[in-house]
Design a protein around this ligand. Structure first.
Ligand code: THU
Length: 139
């Protein structure tokens, strides 16, 4: 799913896209549906949702699915990312997804965490993944 956000309401557009993807989550085992949406460097929004597998370790997070959609769409830079889930605790990206995000984002990239009713908290990637290993380490 890709589309261009309106000039205003960037966060609204990210939340809307993430919620739409989350509505299609395949999470029959955890029953924990997650949606993610990326505003990419091409100005488009790429969304993803988690999809689990009866062979449990094969499931994929919403953030990873959104990154895959972005790469398939031809973009290679995350400007902002929003993740939405239910529950009382903030659904911050898991450790593995923080590293996946790092591949396409910088220290100051904003990571927004939302609940179904709206934005709850925003972080920088450096706050979530300090002293990160990244592409620069291999240059
Ligand atoms: N999950 C995500 O999709 N993103 C997160 O940030 C945290 C966890 C998914 C993985 C699994 O399908 C379910 O939520 C429960 O862990």
């Amino acid at each position: 799913m890709t589309r261009r956000p309106a000039a205003s309401g960037k966060l609204d557009a990210l939340l809307e896209a993430a919620l739409a993807a989350r509505a299609n989550a395949h999470a029959p085992y955890s029953r924990f549906a997650v949606g993610a949406a990326i505003l990419a460097s091409d100005g488009r929004i790429y969304a993803g949702t988690n999809f689990e597998n009866a062979a449990f370790p094969l499931g994929l997070c919403a953030e990873a699915a959104a990154i895959a959609a972005m790469v398939a769409g031809g973009a290679n830079r995350i400007e902002e990312l929003l993740v939405v889930a239910g529950g009382r605790a903030l659904c911050t990206p898991c450790g593995g997804c923080r590293q996946r995000i790092r591949e396409f984002a910088g220290e100051r990239t904003r990571i927004h965490v939302a609940g179904p009713r709206g934005l709850r908290r925003s972080f920088t990637l450096a706050e979530l993944l300090p002293h990160a290993f990244g592409p620069g380490n291999l240059r």
